[in-house]
Design a protein around this ligand. Structure first.
Ligand code: PAF
Length: 281
């Protein structure tokens, strides 16, 4: 595996593959890779001739007071894992390569409406940062397909919309959330949890499973959301949202709508903010 930090070297390598008629799969990441990321690599590997992964802790998707500074940066470890997972090129640019005019003076992409709710409502500007950096990465890599995790469900929907709206020639694929044995969704942020918080953290997945089961038994949406919120609060969480939404556009479903739904949670446990979701179908 080759590690490339500048755009010209990346383009030159990919041009060679293209000339040979090979397809390119892409897995964008912020590094600190775990088994969840490796499953995205595996999917890209299975669907494309060549695989590029990026590691870039993108400053524009972190709000003031969020964990940009302390976000774990583990490039040497990531390189070893990516090489083992069959990655051909690791693109690890610096901020000046991704934002030649500086993050504050960058072109910014805003995907409206779907970003007004849930994560977007609690992390203003977050999805502008995500959409912008993913568009920039797509422009540099020009992949045939790109793989994202379902754990960041709203992010996946935002990127799907951006790609469709801008007619970008990239197939967006998704891979299921990988979980620890006790149900906790794998995330780089899990390592912020103290031992006591870690033992409580699986309650999010347990709560989502219960919501799905009760919904499928015919319970109404809003009382279920309220009961799930209370359960998390009793477990020591401070929820930002606990919501059942439409998979398609993350809008609130109508009273009789019972298909094509997903439950989503964001909650703080101490100083760590965790997100998770569970599609109902
Ligand atoms: O999901 C992530 O790791 C990031 O949001 C992404 C897609 C790599 C953009 O920085």
């Amino acid at each position: 595996m080759q590690t490339v930090t500048d755009a010209a070297a990346l383009r030159a390598a990919i041009r060679g593959w293209r000339t040979a008629g090979q397809t390119v799969g892409f897995v964008p990441t912020m590094g600190n890779l775990h088994a969840g990321h490796h499953s995205l690599l595996k999917l890209a590997r299975a669907r494309a001739d060549r695989v590029v992964a990026s590691v870039f802790v993108n400053p524009t998707q972190f709000g003031p007071g969020e964990d940009f500074e302390r976000y774990p940066r583990t490039l040497a470890q990531d390189q070893a894992g990516l090489a083992e997972a069959g990655c051909d090129i690791l693109f690890a640019p610096d901020v000046a390569t991704m934002y030649p005019f500086g993050p504050a003076s960058s072109v910014s992409i805003h995907v409206p409406v779907i970003t007004d709710t849930l994560e977007g409502a609690h992390r203003p500007g977050h999805f502008d940062g995500v959409a912008t950096v993913v568009a920039k990465l797509f422009s540099l890599v020009q992949p045939d397909l790109a793989v994202f995790g379902q754990k960041d469900f709203q992010q996946l929907k935002v990127i799907e919309r951006m790609v469709r709206d801008l007619s970008l020639p990239v197939k967006v694929m998704s891979a299921p959330t990988l979980r620890e044995a006790d149900g906790l969704a794998m995330s780089s942020r899990n390592q912020y949890l103290s031992a006591q918080e870690r033992s409580r953290a699986p309650l999010i997945h347990a709560t989502l499973l219960q919501m799905r089961e009760l919904f499928q038994q015919g319970h109404a949406r809003q009382p279920l959301e309220a009961a799930a919120r209370s359960r998390l609060e009793r477990g020591g969480f401070v929820p930002d949202y606990v919501a059942i939404r439409r998979v398609e556009d993350l809008a609130e479903p109508g009273a009789d709508e019972r298909e094509g739904l997903v439950a989503l949670v964001a909650a703080r446990l101490g100083s760590t903010r965790l997100i998770d979701n569970l599609p109902f179908d």
